[in-house]
Design a protein around this ligand. Structure first.
Ligand code: HEC
Ligand code: HEC
Length: 252
């Protein structure tokens, strides 16, 4: 009897040991769950971004936390070349510092730092150009001008031209509100409305010029100015010509 019991005891011990041994490798493997892609992105991040945004993305005095930026914001800043920030007061559009593949890795890594919006999907063909024009003029025109060329804002900052943005960059800007731009979430603009606005932005890039010479689409103020100089100039010439005629008659 005793030997059976002790054998059972040994078996139990062996079973316990084996289950523990089975658990242990799982524990030690957890750090490796960081995928290779995220790890490659982390290496790029550590070299190019951590000096300002912190080793863990929580920010430093030189750059904000990226924990709530998400893939959409990272895509906007990297694809438009605004990040890494150069020696500039406001991030400017520049040729991207990274290749498309590297941007994908960095976007993935920034997204893994916390919660934030995904890169928006834009179905341009579903957008309605006329609706886009109405929405653009009321929501975006006040900062970016009716022609989309951008303009000055307070604090010495400026709203850039919207026309260089490709559809995904434009939709990412709308959904994330970079810098002083407001965030337009799904409750403010539906995906369909975003597609309409982006379609209108593409249209602004090369608007047809209905009659007359194209003045570079510089907007109502410069175009009005050209009309003014031209109109007043013609008027002055006419006055001089009439005066000369009258003067000629007076001499006789
Ligand atoms: C020299 C410092 C500096 C470096 C380097 C830098 N950033 Fe930035 N970053 C900033 C500052 C400052 C801002 C805030 C910009 C503003 O004022 O609009 C910012 C903003 C951002 C934002 C938007 C944050 C938000 O949600 O509002 C993202 C995303 C970002 N950076 C990503 C990156 C990535 C990725 C890199 C590396 C490729 C990088 N940055 C390198 C300084 C830096
Ligand atoms: C309060 C002013 C303001 C309003 C309103 C505004 N924006 Fe912006 N927008 C900005 C500023 C400022 C930036 C530059 C942010 C940065 O990157 O530092 C910007 C950036 C952009 C860009 C990026 C341009 C590039 O270089 O690729 C696009 C596109 C854009 N806005 C589109 C829109 C659209 C569409 C709307 C309306 C739905 C809108 N904006 C409303 C101020 C504004």
């Amino acid at each position: 009897m005793r030997s059976v019991r002790s054998r059972l005891g040994v078996l139990c011990l062996v079973a316990l040991f084996m289950s523990l041994a089975g658990l242990l490798p799982v524990r030690s493997a957890t750090p490796a769950t960081l995928s290779q892609m995220t790890e490659d992105g982390r290496q790029l991040y550590l070299r190019g971004c951590s000096s300002c945004h912190g080793l863990d993305g929580t920010g430093t005095p030189s750059g904000p936390s990226l924990e709530r930026s998400g893939a959409a914001s990272a895509y906007y800043y990297l694809s438009t070349g605004r990040m890494p920030l150069a020696d500039e007061a406001q991030p400017r559009r520049k040729p991207p510092a990274y290749s498309r593949a590297q941007i994908d890795l960095l976007v993935d890594y920034v997204a893994s730092l916390g919660s934030g919006p995904a890169i928006p999907e834009v179905h341009l063909e579903t957008g309605d150009l006329a609706e886009g024009g109405v929405l653009y003029r009321s929501n975006c025109g006040p900062c970016h001008t009716a022609a989309g060329i951008g303009g000055a804002l307070s604090y010495g900052r400026a709203a850039p031209s919207v026309t260089p943005a490709d559809p995904v960059e434009a939709a990412a800007a709308i959904r994330t509100g970079p810098g002083q731009m407001p965030v337009f979430g799904p409750e403010a603009l539906s995906d369909h409305e975003v597609a309409s606005i982006v379609r209108y932005i593409r249209f602004l890039e090369s608007p047809p010029t209905p009659g007359g010479a194209a003045l570079g689409g510089a907007g109502p103020i410069p175009e009005g100015f050209v009309a003014w100089i031209f109109g007043v100039g013609t008027l002055v010439l006419a006055v001089l010509w009439i005066g000369k005629l009258e003067g000629g008659h007076g001499r006789h």
